[in-house]
Structure formats: structure tokens, C-alpha cells
Design a protein around this ligand. Structure first.
Ligand code: SME
Length: 159
């Protein structure tokens, strides 16, 4: 059994602990699906106020849903489409305070109000994106972005 209960007083500590736990979870395992599944479960258990957390993988230049927690989601997203597609096309983090104000946002769950999508890149190649949705407006701060970017650097070596 893996017991990675993370409780931290502040976000910097929370993300530092989360990064250590992710390092531990993926170390010695090369199966991408297994690692994405465990990372998703850990994020879901650790970060508050999420209604969806998971990966879209770059499959031949199209995003295809991967391991996730939350309600069933859109399966395929074209590069440039929605928040995930914007992250894939630009290789830039998309941190959206109000998804309803984002042109072309794809609503997989009507509960979502804010979203962050982090590209996962290895040697210049987009492997996947990490997508987190929240029912809270402006749920994701610069601190969340920094923590999640660090996390995705670890994930990039493990998928
Ligand atoms: N909202 C995303 C689609 C994926 S779901 O949120 C799980 C988007 O606009 O790309």
C-alpha cells in the first residue's frame, strides 16, 4: 500500500511534498499509463477544490484523454482547440481564471469554472498535457502554476 497523505500549511510546502511523493511513486517504473494514473490519483487526493484532474496525451498530433479522475470527458481534442489545445499548440501553460470567458473552452463538466493546463515536454517534444479543473473561480494561482510546472518536469521523465 502507498500511503502518501500530504497535509501542508502553505502551498509551497504542499507542492514540495507533492513533488517528493510523485518522485517516489514513479521511481523505478517505466510504464507511462501506470505513472500517469498514480500521479492523477495523488493530485486528486492532495489538491482541494478540483472536479477533474488528468492527462491528455499527444497521439500523432491530436490530444487523446489519458488517466484521469472526475467525470467522463471529451476523448479527442485538436491542437489549438479549447484550453488543452491552446497549451498543446503553444507549449505554454494556460491558467484560466474564468473558463466561460475563454473563447472555445470545451465544457466537459458544467461544474468547471477555472482551469489550468500544463504542457509536458521532453527534448522539445510535447508528450501530454496535465489538465486540472475546479468549480471555484480563479482557483489556480501563480504558486499553483509553479508547483504544477515542477511536477510536470518530473512526470516528463516518467512517461
Ligand atoms: N476544458 C478542456 C477540455 C477538457 S476537460 O476540462 C476535462 C478544454 O477546454 O480544453
Amino acid at each position: 500500500m502507498y500511503d502518501f497523505k500530504i497535509e501542508a500549511a502553505d502551498k509551497a510546502t504542499l507542492y514540495a511534498d507533492l513533488a517528493s511523493a510523485v518522485e517516489g511513486l514513479v521511481s523505478g517504473e517505466s510504464d507511462a499509463v501506470a505513472n500517469m494514473a498514480n500521479v492523477t490519483a495523488l493530485i486528486w487526493e492532495t489538491l482541494p477544490d478540483l472536479n477533474w484532474a488528468g492527462f491528455y496525451r499527444n497521439v500523432g498530433g491530436e490530444l487523446v484523454v489519458g488517466p484521469f479522475q472526475g467525470r467522463p470527458a471529451c476523448i479527442r481534442i485538436a491542437f489549438g482547440e479549447g484550453v488543452c489545445g491552446a497549451a498543446a499548440a503553444t507549449l505554454q501553460v494556460q491558467r484560466i481564471e474564468d473558463v466561460h470567458a475563454f473563447p472555445g473552452h470545451i465544457a466537459c463538466d458544467s461544474a468547471s469554472n477555472s482551469e489550468i493546463v500544463v504542457p509536458i515536454v521532453r527534448e522539445g517534444e510535447l508528450l501530454a498535457v496535465l489538465d486540472l479543473d475546479s468549480p471555484k473561480q480563479a482557483r489556480f494561482t501563480e504558486e499553483d502554476e509553479a508547483g504544477l510546472v515542477r511536477l510536470c518536469e518530473i512526470v516528463a521523465k516518467a512517461i
